[in-house]
Design a protein around this ligand. Structure first.
Ligand code: MF3
Ligand code: CO
Ligand code: CO
Length: 254
C-alpha cells in the first residue's frame, strides 16, 4: 500500500480533529489526580470529545472497549481504563484519538501524579525528548528510518530501551495507515517523506527491558516484562514544504 498524500481539504479536516485530540489531553489534566480511577478519566474524555462533535476512535476499534487508552507506570500502552485508582507518585499515559467529520487525530502524553521520583521524572523527560528528536527528522526528502535511528540512539545513550512491538503509523483518513513508523530503525532506511504525508511518532521508552507482554485476560493492556516503568508521547505530524507541523501540538508543551 502506498503512503497517502493528503489533499488540502483532508489536511484541514485532520488539523481540526488533531486540535481537538490535543485539547482533550489538556482538559484531562484536572482529572489525572490521586484518587480518580482510570475509568473515570476515560468517561470525562469521552464526554469532552462527544461534546465537541467527535467520536472516540478507539471505542469498538478491533473490539477495544474504551474511549482512551490509559497506561500507568509499567503499562506501556493500550491500558484499558478500569477501577485502578491513581495514586501519588504515579506516571500515567493517556492516549486519545478523535474522529471529527470523518478525520482522525491521534496523540498521547504523560501526566505526573503529585510528586514523582527523580527516576520516573528522568524517564518521562527522556520519552518527551525522544518525540522531539523524532520531530527533528521530519522534513521532505528524509527517510522514515531516520526517525527510529535517532530515537533509539538517544534513548539507549541514557540506558533506556525502545519498545519495538508497537509503532507510529500513517493516520488521518483511517486510524492506522501506511507507513509503519518504527522507533528503532537502521539509518537511511524506509520510504521518503513528502509534503502532505500525515503520520504519528509515538515512542514508548522503557526504564528496563524493551519487551512488552500483553495481558492474557483483557488481550490489550501491554506491560513491561520486568515491571519497570514505561513512558510515551505522541503527536500527529504533517510533512510540509518547510519541514513539519505537529497537528496535535496545541499547547507547545511537548
Ligand atoms: N491510539 C493508539 C495509537 O497511538 C492506538 C490505540 S488502538 C486501541 O496508535 F485499540 F488500543 F485503542
Ligand atoms: Co498512534
Ligand atoms: Co495514540
Amino acid at each position: 500500500m502506498a503512503i497517502k498524500i493528503k489533499t488540502p481539504e483532508q489536511i484541514e479536516g485532520i488539523r481540526e480533529s488533531s486540535k481537538l485530540a490535543g485539547t482533550t489531553l489538556k482538559y484531562l489534566e484536572q482529572f489525572v489526580i490521586a484518587g480518580n480511577t482510570t475509568k473515570f478519566i476515560d468517561t470525562k474524555a469521552e464526554e469532552f470529545v462527544r461534546d465537541h462533535g467527535a467520536i472516540p476512535a478507539t471505542k469498538g476499534y478491533n473490539s477495544y472497549p474504551a474511549a482512551t487508552c490509559i497506561s500507568p507506570n509499567d503499562v506501556i500502552c493500550h491500558g484499558i481504563p478500569n477501577n485502578y485508582e491513581i495514586k501519588d507518585g504515579d506516571i500515567v499515559n493517556v492516549d486519545v484519538t478523535t474522529i471529527l467529520k470523518g478525520y482522525y487525530g491521534d496523540t498521547c502524553r504523560m501526566y505526573s501524579v503529585g510528586t514523582i521520583s527523580e527516576y520516573a521524572q528522568k524517564l518521562v523527560d527522556a520519552a518527551k525528548e525522544c518525540l522531539q528528536i523524532g520531530l527533528g527528522q521530519c522534513f521532505t526528502g528524509n527517510q522514515f528510518g531516520n526517525i527510529g535511528f535517532e530515537i533509539n540512539k538517544y534513548a539507549t545513550s541514557l540506558g533506556y530501551s525502545v519498545v519495538y512491538e508497537f509503532c507510529g503509523h500513517g493516520v488521518g483518513i483511517k486510524f492506522h495507515e501506511d507507513p509503519q513508523v518504527d522507533h528503532i530503525a537502521p539509518k537511511n532506511s524506509g520510504p521518503v517523506m513528502k509534503p502532505g504525508m500525515i503520520f504519528t511518532i509515538e515512542p514508548m521508552i522503557n526504564a528496563g527491558k524493551a519487551r512488552a507482554k500483553v495481558d492474557k485476560k483483557d488481550k490489550w493492556t501491554a506491560r513491561t516484562i520486568d515491571g519497570k516503568l514505561s513512558a510515551q508521547y505522541e503527536h500527529t505530524i504533517l510533512i510540509t514544504d518547510e519541514g513539519y507541523e505537529a497537528l496535535t501540538n496545541v499547547y507547545n508543551e511537548y
